[in-house]
Design a protein around this ligand. Structure first.
Ligand SMILES: NC(=O)c1ccc[n+]([C@@H]2O[C@H](COP(=O)([O-])OP(=O)(O)OC[C@H]3O[C@@H](n4cnc5c(N)ncnc54)[C@H](O)[C@@H]3O)[C@@H](O)[C@H]2O)c1
Length: 340
């Protein structure tokens, strides 16, 4: 009989509600607590997740429930304190929402806190569980694209909403290879005061150690993807090699053309429920020790570094080499340099 893990979820907004629902449906987990300061949201989320014990105070929830897993789904500014709270309550794993942070120094602190405490953490880059993402991964892994030359990703969503998804999936298609350097450009102050404080548009290049070039565009000047109508689905990941290409369209399936198999296409669409259920199932397997979670903290931190290196490169007008060192808060730096 498989072990059941206890989980406490904080945040009953869009994402916390989804996580609570999915944990409550997974037989490997028992939802022992759900917390939000907004009781209306809390009650609505509880109704969809089996009416777990409810809390309005995170500390109280963790003290009373001592969960194996602490999952928190809060806006990006609320990360380090909650992470520390989970560690202080001896949880085995922290599952948090993306982005890991909005600045590199804090991300490193979180990463180091987890390492020093010896706990696992994972970040919800769950889109990659979609059938279309996996179909492309299968083609990439088969070797039928020949030598991979470029991985081009573009999304309409703004930077701190989307870029860590983007970097994570580029890395996935490139075998999680490390990068040598990043070059970036940014434009527009319009979203700097958002709770995902971002340039309106960012573009950049990543040089990976294995020779693959990553190309990234994020924000409103990125190319349209007419196959998807919903703005958050207007994104594409294209892996191009010497013997073909394969691409994911976030909201509209996949297609490929290879020397070996000719033209192929298939369905798939970003889906919070089905992608999230797979992400959560893998948390149990990681805790069992069966396999490492594909959204593990180590890879998340490396993807996050690429995103921050791109911003630093734009601010400093030079390529930025990896691994990244601590430096000026990237959002402050953008506020300083982006023209008014
Ligand atoms: N993985 C994905 O595909 C995906 C998609 C959308 C959003 N997100 C990310 O999810 C995160 C959360 O997004 P959201 O839309 O659910 O946010 P939200 O603001 O709607 O919800 C956050 C909730 O947390 C509660 N909260 C905050 N601090 C609290 C505290 N200390 N104690 C108790 N409750 C507290 C708030 O009251 C709120 O209800 C963001 O970082 C966002 O980028 C991820």
């Amino acid at each position: 009989m498989s072990k059941t893990y206890t989980v406490a979820v904080l945040g009953a907004g869009k994402r916390g509600k989804m996580h609570a629902k999915l944990f409550s449906r997974d037989p490997r987990f028992r939802l022992v607590g759900l917390c939000d300061t907004d009781t209306e949201r809390l009650n609505a989320a509880a109704a969809e997740s089996g009416n777990p014990p409810l809390y309005t105070d995170a500390e109280k929830m963790l003290s009373e429930t001592s969960p194996d897993v602490f999952c928190f789904c809060t806006p990006p500014a609320l990360r380090k304190g909650l992470f520390k709270l989970g560690i202080d309550h001896n949880v085995k794993l922290i599952a948090l929402e993306k982005p890991l942070s909005t600045n590199f120094n804090e991300a490193r602190e979180i990463y180091d806190m987890a390492g020093n405490a010896g706990i696992k953490f994972c970040v919800s880059h769950q889109q990659k569980y979609g059938d279309h993402y996996q179909a492309v991964k299968k083609i990439v892994d088969s070797g039928k694209l020949g030598r991979i030359q470029t991985i081009y990703a573009h999304v309409w969503g703004w930077y701190f909403h989307m870029v860590t998804h983007v970097m994570d999936y580029i890395r996935m298609y490139n075998g999680n290879d490390d990068a040598l350097w990043v070059s970036g450009t940014i434009h527009g102050r319009g979203k700097l005061e958002d709770n995902h404080p971002s340039p309106e548009y960012a573009g950049g290049f990543i040089q990976f150690k294995n020779g693959v070039r990553g190309i990234v565009e994020c924000g409103e000047l990125s190319p349209d993807v007419p196959e998807s109508e919903y703005p958050w689905h207007k994104g594409r990941f294209v892996v191009q090699g010497t013997k073909g290409f394969a691409e994911v369209i976030i909201g509209a399936g996949w297609r490929a053309c290879t020397e070996a198999d000719g033209y192929q296409e298939g369905p798939g669409c970003f889906n919070y429920e089905t992608d999230g259920a797979r992400y959560i199932a893998d948390i149990a397997l990681w805790l069992d020790g069966v396999k490492e979670h594909p959204c593990n903290g180590e890879d998340t931190f490396k993807g996050f570094q690429l995103a921050m290196a791109l911003l630093r490169s734009a601010v400093e007008r030079r390529i930025v080499r990896l691994p990244l060192e601590n430096g000026e808060n990237e959002v402050d730096a953008m506020k300083r340099v982006l023209p008014k």
